[in-house]
Design a binder for this molecule. Sequence first.
Ligand SMILES: Cc1cc2nc3c(=O)[nH]c(=O)nc-3n(C[C@H](O)[C@H](O)[C@H](O)COP(=O)(O)OP(=O)(O)OC[C@H]3O[C@@H](n4cnc5c(N)ncnc54)[C@H](O)[C@@H]3O)c2cc1C
Length: 496
Amino acid sequence: MLNLRNPSPQRIVVLGGGTAGWFAAIALRRMFSPSVEIKVVESSKIGIVGVGEGGLLNFIGALHHNNIDINEFVRETGATWKWGFSYEGWRTGKEDDRFFHLFASQETPVSRWQERGAWPYLCAMVSQQAELDSYIEASRLIKNNATQAQAAALLDTKNAGIVPSFHFDSYKLAGYLKKVALSRGVQHLDAVVDEVVFDEKGFARELRTADERIALDFLIDATGLSRKVIGKKGMESEWVSFKDYLLMDCAIPFYMPHPQPNPMLVTRAVTMNAGWMWQIPLVDRVGAGYVFSSKYLREEEAVKEVEQRLGYAIEPHKTLRFDPGCFRKVWQNNVMALGLSSGFVEPLEATSIGQMLEQLHSFERVITSSQGVVSDSAIREFNEANFTSWACIRDFLRMHYDCGRNDTPLWQAVAKSPYPESYRALREVWQERMPRMVDVENYAIHGWRGIFHPINWTLIAAPLGVLPPEAGEMELRRLTPQKYAEAQRYAAEVKN
Ligand SMILES: Cc1cc2nc3c(=O)[nH]c(=O)nc-3n(C[C@H](O)[C@H](O)[C@H](O)COP(=O)(O)OP(=O)(O)OC[C@H]3O[C@@H](n4cnc5c(N)ncnc54)[C@H](O)[C@@H]3O)c2cc1C
């Protein structure tokens, strides 16, 4: 059992001042009464990871939930609209090979018409091999490289068909969240923590720096890839690697100028010889990076390949190495790992901040519904749900690599890499029918919210050929002739 009610007052320490740490501090300050001390301990000498510049569909909701003013956030973080992703070169490697995964809203004609768990307009579009993004009004603006003002105007009409999110500068974001947290009474210490002291029951009791001992009752480990607490002595949580399924393990981030007059409204994911390149358009620059498998490419070769592709020299900030995966238990006794310290898969689909916000959301639900006195089984269920959510991300990303490319040693290895059993099972049924809620709802258990809707899965599965046109056609055959004709009419209209 974890008792955050007695003795009072309580001291909650967040170790780490990146996006995860400051978001947690703001949420905790809101959740607990002023008598509970919330302190962030971070080290400016160590700094933050400095990548992670795009949110998911839950990002704006999290800003609202934490009473953060959206206009101020945009001004202070150099944010631009993010409406989804552009996948380039994933099927043939050629420049004209592009499809979109947009943040489709549930308020479009496609989502509104459902028959026995499937969406007939979507089935017809899949069957006619239409470009699926075309049914979303926002896609026109993306393709026309619209300005931020034009994008905002379309969102104001409520007809964009999009749940918007943001691209942002990661350093400005952490700085802005810090400012908000401090203005709300969060305490702050800039120091390197050398040691975490546990008691005989395995509860963290103290952080030690060169000069101080910081007593605590609850600890959030938001120490990024250094995973200062969760993976170390006293905790020893099991690490579950996804490296057999997801081969990327290295990234070189750099900045580039905008390739088009206006910041694009999507994150670009462009395939390369041994991985792919992200391009995240902000107001003044594009945050970019080459993610690759170190087994198939050395850093110098990666830099050279990017320079050849872009036609100018780049200056990578650093090299980031990671083992794709997560901890099986992120919450043990009075310690919870959050953000990169709890796991990281790779940047495809930009899931990391989104998953961190889901983790925080569920943590808040457990703490508030337990009135601060949390049972061991609630903590166990939290860990199970968190791991299941990571498994969803793993499977969703594995599907992206189910793309048929076979033209370099890396893409040949990707083609031969195994499927996780849960993804294999989905893939099997999708040869016969369209993705449905029943396929993906078990990725969100014990009160967690699902990250990817069946329509998200479809927007990737169909263009890649994981979901064949026949699956759409088989669904349509179960409709009445009138409904069948209506679905086909809509798809033909979208296609043309
Ligand atoms: C290549 C790459 C690309 C990514 N792209 C995306 C993306 O597009 N979208 C997305 O959502 N996410 C992305 N991410 C993940 C994203 O960067 C993180 O989820 C996000 O920045 C949160 O990081 P964090 O706060 O967990 O860690 P960090 O930003 O690394 O913060 C860690 C904090 O811990 C502190 N610290 C560490 N050790 C100590 C110590 N001993 N004492 C005191 N303080 C300490 C550091 O000083 C720092 O303040 C990407 C990650 C990588 C590696």
